[in-house]
Design a protein around this ligand. Structure first.
Ligand code: FAD
Length: 596
């Protein structure tokens, strides 16, 4: 059974308690968003997720999207749910009020995104991509385009897409072939084929605004010759309403492993009218604004599915009775004990729980930086926030989606054979979660971004935005009477991270393949240290609250236990990652291709 109740208590913890001293400060521009107000918003979001989106998750998966005569239909109930979602203002939460948005803090927005992804990952893509597209238009499009498109997209009346992938090029966008020919009136005519375009065509909105990467006739080869264009499905009339069709057609929809209620389309552009966004041949710069927004959001997708998988597994582990507890019968009235008594089932549940809470804590930290980047009036804070976001974006994307996928598979395991049967609902989580590790730049590419660009940037300046708070925390707390051992574990993992950074920098300078061979382990290592840091901080805060006699003692006690589990059972992965990094590329690269 798919079980989900928004984890509002933990969300309030990461939002209001955990990161109060992270150096990004209280932001005057967001002062109206008090804990009472944000709590009320999150409660309403929880209702939408639980009551509107969750009931459509399994039916949407079973029905999928259909294509008939060039028209894509989303599964039953999606249109009504989308209309309700849009009318409730949920499409516009974090957007700029100038365009009709509600200007909510990202720290709150990311938590609502998590709920939507937990309840219905397929649904989340429709408003999610639109929000990403608006960030690129806001940052790079002409005023005229902004006025014509942003209000409609922010309100959710029109949706957005990102059209990068072509049949012969996914990761290597330098090879893309879609053409954009300049016209006398300043517009362009685009011709080409794009594949795998999420929300490329559907029946939820009146118009769809495609952000398309293409090449002008005089473009230099490779990524330096790519420009970005805004291409609507219907050309707006003078009154702003959708007019003539613009030569964008759907060739097919993809039949996929999961995410079946999200329409993934093959699109053809035939002399479609488009307008340049940003400068000629600088399309990747503009598209990166959208991609970076989406990368953090895709990370949140991993967390969202991981949380729903965890809750569904907990429900089952309390309900299913098999065997007896090794420490004595727990359910004498029944024929067996619930499987939650068994250590191996506990291992799985605690792993999922720790990954989710750890990811949520890191996500909230990054979201605070996103708010500081946008709203801080202190240039130093703003710059530090930018460095931290740049560093953590690939970590959030790859770590959370790897762990979300692992959590989904653990949920299947907790259900045993029943987990493998579609009726249980949990195998859907495993199928849905899988794509988040691939799209928006595969997780391997995220790791290369981390070691190749982010690690060396400005002589390690991005890294310092993370290393400094961790080092200061370890120094201040390593003698702690209760948690000294925990902090010692963090110090060791942090030491391994610092050593690995030096090793990769040194070896990578001589041989870039060495850095590339270490990348995925390095990303995991930095993720584990970030998680260790946030768990240790959380444990100290929880202890303080318990000492003050906090009302919800059970929450704080459980937080300390989960932190202990993380340090005992999951942080040791840091040693494995360190040893793998240290071993270098030799055994990985030695075999000739034809020996495989
Ligand atoms: C359901 C779904 C939705 C999608 N939505 C969109 C969308 O909305 N818009 C859009 O434009 N695209 C979308 N995509 C495409 C997606 O972003 C790509 O599939 C992804 O970027 C990988 O590209 P590829 O599939 O061509 O794999 P390839 O680029 O062929 O990569 C294959 C493998 O090789 C590895 N690899 C490739 N190059 C390197 C390298 N230099 N170093 C190390 N490893 C490398 C990759 O990590 C991967 O493991 C979607 C895909 C799917 C399946």
């Amino acid at each position: 059974m798919q079980v989900y109740e928004a984890p509002l208590r933990d969300m309030a913890f990461v939002l209001n308690e955990l990161h109060a001293d992270d150096g990004f400060g209280d932001l005057e521009a967001l002062s109206e968003f008090t804990p009472d107000l944000t709590g009320a918003i999150l409660e309403e979001a929880a209702k939408v997720a639980q009551e509107v989106l969750l009931p459509l998750n399994r039916s949407g998966d079973m029905e999928g999207c259909t294509l008939e005569n060039g028209v894509v239909r989303t599964p039953k109930g999606f249109k009504e749910a989308y209309d309700m979602f849009r009318e409730g203002g949920w499409c516009a939460l974090a957007s700029d009020p100038e365009w009709g948005g509600q200007g909510l803090p990202e720290a709150v927005n990311k938590l609502t995104e998590e709920m939507i992804c937990s309840a219905n990952l397929s649904f989340s893509l429709y408003p999610g991509l639109t929000h990403g597209a608006t960030t690129a238009i806001e940052g790079y499009a002409s005023d005229e385009l902004k006025q014509a498109y942003l209000p409609k997209m922010v309100s959710g009346e029109w949706s957005g897409t990102m059209c990068l992938t072509e049949p012969h090029c996914g990761t290597d966008l330098g090879m893309l072939r879609t053409k954009a020919v300049p016209q006398d009136d300043g517009s362009y005519k685009l011709t080409g084929a794009k594949i795998f375009i999420s929300a490329g065509e559907h029946d939820l909105t009146q118009n769809i605004v495609h952000l398309v990467l293409a090449r002008m006739p005089d473009a230099p080869p490779g990524v330096k010759g790519i420009s970005l264009f805004l291409v609507p499905k219907y050309l707006p009339k003078d009154d702003g309403t959708p007019g003539a069709a613009n030569g964008v057609s759907v060739q097919a929809i993809e039949h996929k492993m999961g995410l079946k209620a999200s329409a993934t389309c093959q699109l053809n552009f035939e002399d479609s009218v488009g307008w340049l966004v940003g400068k000629p041949h600088k399309g990747m710069e503009a598209m990166f604004t959208m991609m970076n927004t989406e990368r953090v959001s895709v990370g949140i997708q991993g967390l969202g599915v991981g949380e729903a998988a965890y809750q569904s597994a907990v429900w089952y582990a309390k309900d299913r009775v098999q065997g007896r507890s090794l420490s004595g019968v727990k359910n004498p009235a029944g024929p067996a004990d619930p499987i939650i008594v068994h250590p191996d089932v506990r291992r799985m549940l605690m792993t999922m729980r720790a990954y989710n809470e750890g990811s949520r804590a890191i996500g909230a930290w990054v979201a605070r930086a996103l708010d500081a980047e946008r709203h801080s009036t202190d240039p130093e804070v703003k710059a530090r926030a930018q460095d931290f976001i740049a560093l953590m974006t690939p970590v959030v994307k790859a770590l959370f989606t790897d762990l979300g996928h692992e959590a989904a598979h653990l949920a299947v395991q907790v259900y045993g054979g029943h987990g493998y049967i579609a009726e249980s609902g949990v195998e859907q989580f495993a199928r849905d979660a899988r794509i988040a590790m691939i799209y928006e730049g595969t997780n391997g590419i995220q790791a290369l971004d981390l070691v190749g660009r982010k690690m060396p940037a400005h002589m390690g300046r991005y890294l310092r935005s993370f290393f400094h708070p961790v080092a200061a925390f370890v120094e201040a707390n390593k003698e702690d009477a209760d948690f000294g051992k925990m902090i010692e574990g963090l110090e060791k993992a942090f030491g391994a991270l610092q050593l690995s950074t030096g090793t990769i920098a040194q070896k990578g300078m001589k041989d870039p393949e060495e850095a590339a061979a270490a990348a995925t382990d390095y990303l995991r290592l930095i993720g584990l240290v970030a998680m260790g840091y946030t768990f240790a901080k959380a444990a100290l805060i929880a202890r303080g609250k318990l000492a003050e006699g906090a009302e919800d003692a059970a929450f704080y006690k459980a937080k300390i236990t989960t932190a202990r589990f993380f340090f005992d059972r999951l942080l040791p992965q840091a040693t494995a990652a360190f040893l793998a990094i240290k071993s270098g590329k030799a055994s990985m690269m030695e075999l000739e291709a034809d020996a495989f």
